[in-house]
Design a binder for this molecule. Structure first.
Ligand code: ZN
Length: 260
C-alpha cells in the first residue's frame, strides 16, 4: 500500500505533468470510481485550470482554479500512469484525466479501490488528519503528549491518521524497529526519550522511503526494509529471527531479540 513517501512521489509526478494545464475531460471507467466521482463532476471539472497539487497524508488534492477540488486516495494499489489521450489507456485504468496538451493522466488500480471525489468550492472535506510526521512542528514532546492519552499498543496507534498523517503498516513497523521498541508496548507507557527514538526512527524510515519511492512497484528497493515483510529472516541488528504477529487485524513484523 502506498504510504507517505510513495504518495508524495506520485504527487510530484502528477505536478510535473499537470503544471499549467487545463482539464479537457475527466472520465471514470469503472462503476465504483463513477459513483465516487459523482454524476455532475465531469461537466464541472471540464475546462478548469489545475492550480496546484497538494499531498495531505496519503491523500492527493488536485486544486482547480474555481476553488473546487478533486480528492484522490490510492487505497491499496492505485497509481498514476501518464500517456497520450489518443492512445489506449493501460490495463486496469479506472479513471482518466485528459489535458489540453494532449497528455492523459490514468488512474491505474487492479483492485479498483481507489477513490477520486469532487468537492465544490468551500465544501472541502475534513479528512481528520493529524500533522505530517516530517513537519517540524511535530516534536518528541508533542508526540509524547499525544500518545499519553492513548489506550493500546504503539504500532496500531501509529496507523491512526489522526495521530500522524501518512504513516501506514510499513513505516510504523520500520519506526518501531529503528527505535528498538516492542510494537506491543502500550503507547501511553513510552518515556519521552523513547518517543524521541520513535520519531527519529520514523523520520529515518520515511527518508529511506523517499529514496525508494520510485521503485515500490518493481520491489527493487535500493534501501531494503529493516524488518517489514522479513518474517523468519535474521534481524539486521542482532541476528534474531524476525517474527510476525497480528495487531488490530494487520501484520506487524518485529525482532523479539532487540525490540523492547
Ligand atoms: Zn534484532
Amino acid at each position: 500500500m502506498p504510504e507517505l513517501p510513495e504518495v508524495e512521489y506520485a504527487a510530484k509526478r502528477l505536478r510535473r505533468v499537470t503544471g499549467g494545464r487545463t482539464v479537457v475531460a475527466i472520465r471514470a471507467l469503472h462503476v465504483s470510481q463513477r459513483r465516487a466521482l459523482g454524476r455532475t463532476a465531469p461537466a464541472r471539472v471540464r475546462g478548469r485550470h489545475i492550480a496546484r497539487i497538494e499531498r495531505l497524508g496519503k491523500h492527493q488534492i488536485i486544486h482547480l482554479d474555481d476553488g473546487s477540488a478533486l480528492a484522490v486516495h490510492f487505497r491499496l494499489d492505485g497509481d498514476w500512469a501518464f500517456g497520450r489521450a489518443d492512445e489506449a489507456p493501460p490495463r486496469h485504468t479506472r479513471l482518466v484525466i485528459d489535458l489540453d496538451d494532449g497528455r492523459r493522466v490514468s488512474l491505474v488500480d487492479p483492485r479498483a479501490l481507489s477513490t477520486v471525489q469532487w468537492y465544490a468550492r468551500g465544501a472541502h472535506p475534513d479528512l481528520g488528519l493529524g500533522p505530517d510526521p516530517e513537519d517540524k512542528a511535530v516534536t518528541a514532546a508533542t508526540l509524547h503528549a499525544a500518545l499519553a492519552s492513548r489506550r493500546g499498543p504503539i504500532k496500531p496507534a501509529l496507523l491512526d491518521q489522526a495521530l500522524l498523517a501518512g504513516v501506514g503498516n510499513i513505516y510504523a513497523a520500520e519506526a518501531c524497529w529503528r527505535a528498538r521498541l516492542d510494537p506491543r508496548r502500550s503507547a501511553a507507557s513510552l518515556s519521552l526519550p523513547e518517543v524521541r527514538r520513535l520519531l527519529s526512527g520514523l523520520r529515518k524510515a520515511l527518508e529511506d522511503g523517499h529514496v525508494n519511492a520510485g521503485s515500490y512497484r518493481s520491489g527493487k528497493r535500493t534501501r531494503p526494509f529493516k524488518v517489514y515483510d522479513r518474517e523468519g529472516e535474521p534481524c539486521r541488528r542482532c541476528g534474531h529471527e524476525i517474527d510476525r504477529i497480528t495487531q488490530a487485524g494487520r501484520s506487524t513484523y518485529y525482532c523479539p531479540g532487540c525490540q523492547r
